[in-house]
Design a protein around this ligand. Structure first.
Ligand code: MG
Length: 378
C-alpha cells in the first residue's frame, strides 16, 4: 500500500506539488529541465485567427457567422505551450485590444516556469479587464507546465478522467422547420441547450419537444425582465424536462434573481453575473450555481479556484465556453470531471479548427492522455 502510494505520487499530477517543494520526480531530472531552468527564458508569441462558424449563430441580442480569436504560444527550453483568446464581439475585446495587451506581457523576467501564481498575478495586474487576452497566456502557461511535467492537467489537479460529463449541444433560435432539422442533426448529443429570452420561447421548446424528449437546458441570457413571469416560465419549463435555467434575468437585478432562485422549481445558473473569483461570493444565495468559462475567468487557474469556492458554498457548477478551437475547449475540459454540467460544444460549431485534443465522443467530453492541455496542432 505504502509502495503503491509512492509510485502514484511519482507518476501522477501530484508531481506539481513536489516540484514546487523539495523532491523533484525522476522524469523531470531525466529530461534535464532543472539543469537548464536558469538559462532558459519564457517567450510569448501571438497571432490573430478568425473562426468560421458552421451556422449563423443567433442569441437574444445578436447574430454572427465568425468569431475573432488570438492564438498564443509560450516557448521554454524548446517546449511550446499553446493558448487562445476567443472574443465574441459582445464581450468587448477585439484582436486589436488583445494584441495591445499581449505586447505588454514580458515573461522573460521569470526564471521558473512553474511559478504559475507569480506569473499569472503579474499578467493580471498589467491592466484591468482583458479577460480573454489574459486567458490566452494562462492556457499557454498551463499547457507548457503540463508538458514540462509530462502530465495532463486532470492528473495534476487529481481529477478522474473517467468522470467527465456529457456536453450539451446548442440549438440556435430559428424557424420551426430549421429547429426541427437541427435537433435531428444533434442526434449524438444527450442534452440540448436552447437559447431563450425572446417572444418565441414557448414555441422553441414546443418545437423541440415535437421531435425529441431529451433533457434540455435553457439559457435566457438575461432576457426575462419580470420575476413573476420568470417564475411562471420556470414552472412551465419544469413540466417539459428542462434541467436548469441559465441567467434568467438581468444580472443587475440581484434581488429578483435571488427571489426566483428561492421559489423556482428548477435550479438557476449565473453566467453573465459571474465572471471571476469575487463574483462567486456575490452569486451565493442569488443563483443555485455558476457557469465557469475560461474567457471570463482569465483562464484555467482562476477557473479552478472558482470551482472549489462554489463547491465549498454547496453550489452547482457548470462549465461553458465561447466558440473556440479545440485549444481552449481542451483546456476547460480538464476541469470537467468535477462539474455538474458541461456546455463544451464550442469547437463543434466551427469549420476551421486547427487543434485536436479533447473530443466529444457519443456526446461525452473525452480527454486525451497527452500532457499539458492534451492537444496537437493540426
Ligand atoms: Mg450563458
Amino acid at each position: 500500500m505504502q509502495q503503491n502510494r509512492r509510485n502514484f505520487l511519482k507518476t501522477s499530477g501530484l508531481a506539481l506539488g513536489t516540484v514546487l517543494g523539495s523532491s523533484f520526480p525522476a522524469n523531470i531530472f531525466s529530461r534535464g529541465i532543472s539543469n537548464t531552468m536558469k538559462s532558459s527564458k519564457l517567450q510569448l508569441r501571438f497571432r490573430p485567427y478568425t473562426l468560421e462558424l458552421k451556422h449563423v449563430f443567433t442569441i437574444a441580442t445578436s447574430s454572427r457567422s465568425t468569431t475573432p480569436v488570438m492564438l498564443t504560444e509560450i516557448e521554454y527550453d524548446g517546449i511550446t505551450g499553446y493558448g487562445e483568446a476567443s472574443m465574441p464581439p459582445y464581450l468587448g475585446e477585439t484582436q486589436d485590444t488583445a494584441a495591445a495587451f499581449l505586447a505588454k506581457v514580458n515573461l522573460s523576467q521569470f526564471e521558473n516556469p512553474f511559478e504559475l501564481e507569480n506569473i499569472l498575478n503579474y499578467v493580471d495586474a498589467i491592466d484591468v479587464k482583458n479577460q480573454a487576452a489574459k486567458a490566452s497566456v494562462d492556457i499557454a502557461m498551463h499547457d507548457l507546465v503540463g508538458k514540462l511535467l509530462n502530465q495532463p492537467w486532470y492528473n495534476i489537479w487529481g481529477f478522474d478522467k473517467t468522470k467527465t460529463p456529457v456536453t450539451s449541444f446548442t440549438i440556435g433560435i430559428d424557424k420551426p422547420e430549421v429547429v426541427r432539422q437541427k435537433v435531428k442533426e444533434a442526434d449524438e448529443y444527450k442534452i440540448l441547450k436552447v437559447k431563450l429570452g425572446r417572444e418565441t420561447d414557448k414555441e422553441m421548446i414546443e418545437t423541440i419537444r415535437s421531435v425529441t424528449d431529451k433533457p434540455i437546458t435553457v439559457d435566457v441570457n438575461q432576457g426575462w425582465k419580470d420575476k413573476n413571469f420568470a417564475l411562471e416560465m420556470a414552472h412551465w419549463l419544469k413540466e417539459r424536462n428542462i434541467l436548469f435555467i441559465e441567467q434568467p434575468m438581468p444580472k443587475e437585478n440581484v434581488d429578483d434573481n435571488a427571489w426566483l432562485t428561492e421559489h423556482s422549481p428548477l435550479p438557476t445558473i449565473g453566467d453573465e453575473a459571474v465572471q471571476r473569483l469575487p463574483d462567486v461570493i456575490k452569486a451565493k444565495g442569488v443563483y443555485s450555481g455558476i457557469n465557469i468559462k475560461l474567457m471570463k475567468s482569465t483562464g484555467m487557474r482562476e477557473a479552478y479556484k472558482m470551482l472549489l469556492l462554489a463547491r465549498s458554498f454547496g453550489m452547482k457548477v457548470m462549465l461553458g465556453c465561447m466558440t473556440e478551437t479545440s485549444c481552449a475547449i481542451s483546456a476547460a475540459s480538464h476541469l470537467s470531471p468535477m462539474v455538474d454540467w458541461a456546455d463544451l460544444d464550442g469547437a463543434l460549431l466551427i469549420g476551421n479548427d486547427i487543434f485536436s485534443g479533447t473530443k466529444i465522443i457519443d456526446g461525452r467530453v473525452t480527454l486525451s492522455d497527452k500532457p499539458g492541455i492534451g492537444i496537437v496542432k493540426l
